[in-house]
Design a protein around this ligand. Structure first.
Ligand code: ADP
Ligand code: MG
Ligand code: MG
Length: 253
């Protein structure tokens, strides 16, 4: 059983005009086995939250705390965060020319486990996970993210998720740019990872579409750098019907 605790997190981003406050006191607790959806309008700070937890240098934590099983995440290097069991797709470089998907996955697995996986078993596991995601075997030989389509990037993300078996996974806009078939395959991958790893999930999304395939236990509406409302899956349905207007007018009032 693992817990990610975000406490009163305030974050500023570096801009040319100086630091700009984006997150204004975020409180969130995610336990193993739970799926949380963060939904909110564009520019509300959802990606900032993900980048901050990932340890992106551009995001300055001005106050607040983040703990994974009582360990201070904000004091960890990006690598240490991954080893501690946090999965944040955006912590990986956008393109890694010359490094194949197969080598990348094996290196990541070795770094996280502290030892190389047994080869036979590992090859089986990779092939199985790729089959599940309906990925062609030749994909493993391609350079990481080089010329990947939107759908391939997302599948690669879920492939990592299935193989690296994190404790807590944060997926930012995993649904964006996917057609319905790819959305289904990617969602099935997340649901499989939920079952096989028992991880806790934070799904960040603008649209309610993916929540038809991945059922959240909790929905948090994110507006203007903080959680404006929380509820169960019914809140996502309400957002689908009503949009974010109600929250936006409340935030500026
Ligand atoms: P969301 O993911 O909800 O669309 P973001 O976290 O991407 O929101 O952005 C929140 C706000 O912070 C926006 O106003 C955006 O312009 C600003 N912002 C985020 N990252 C940067 C950055 N690197 N430089 C300047 N402004 C940024
Ligand atoms: Mg955005
Ligand atoms: Mg975003």
């Amino acid at each position: 059983m693992s817990t990610l605790e975000i406490k009163d997190l305030h974050v500023s981003v570096e801009t040319k005009e100086g630091p700009k406050p984006i997150l204004r006191g975020v409180d969130l607790t995610i336990n193993s086995g739970e799926t949380h959806a963060i939904m909110g309008p564009n520019g509300s700070g959802k990606s900032t939250l993900a980048y901050s937890i990932a340890g992106h240098p551009k995001y300055d934590i001005t106050s607040g705390e983040v703990y994974l099983d009582g360990e201070n995440v904000l004091e960890m290097s990006v690598d240490e965060r991954a080893r501690a069991g946090l999965f944040l797709a955006m912590q990986y470089p956008v393109e890694v020319p010359g490094v194949s998907v197969a080598n990348f996955l094996r290196t990541a697995k070795t770094a996280i486990d502290g030892q190389a996986p047994a080869l036979r078993h590992w090859v089986k596991e990779v092939n199985g996970a790729m089959d599940n995601l309906r990925m062609d075997k030749s994909f493993a030989e391609r350079s990481v993210n080089e010329g990947f389509s939107g759908g391939e990037k997302k599948r690669h993300e879920i492939l990592q998720l299935e193989l690296l078996k994190p404790k807590i996974a944060i997926l930012d806009e995993t649904d964006s740019g996917l057609d319905v078939d790819a959305l289904r395959v990617v969602s099935e991958g997340v649901n499989r990872a939920k079952e096989t790893t028992g991880a806790g999930f934070l799904l960040i999304t603008h649209y309610t579409r993916i929540l038809r395939y991945i059922k959240p236990d909790f929905v948090h509406v994110f507006v203007n750098g903080r959680v404006a409302e929380e509820g169960g899956p019914e809140l996502a349905e309400r957002l689908e019907a009503e949009g974010y207007d109600r929250f936006l007018s409340a935030a500026t009032a």
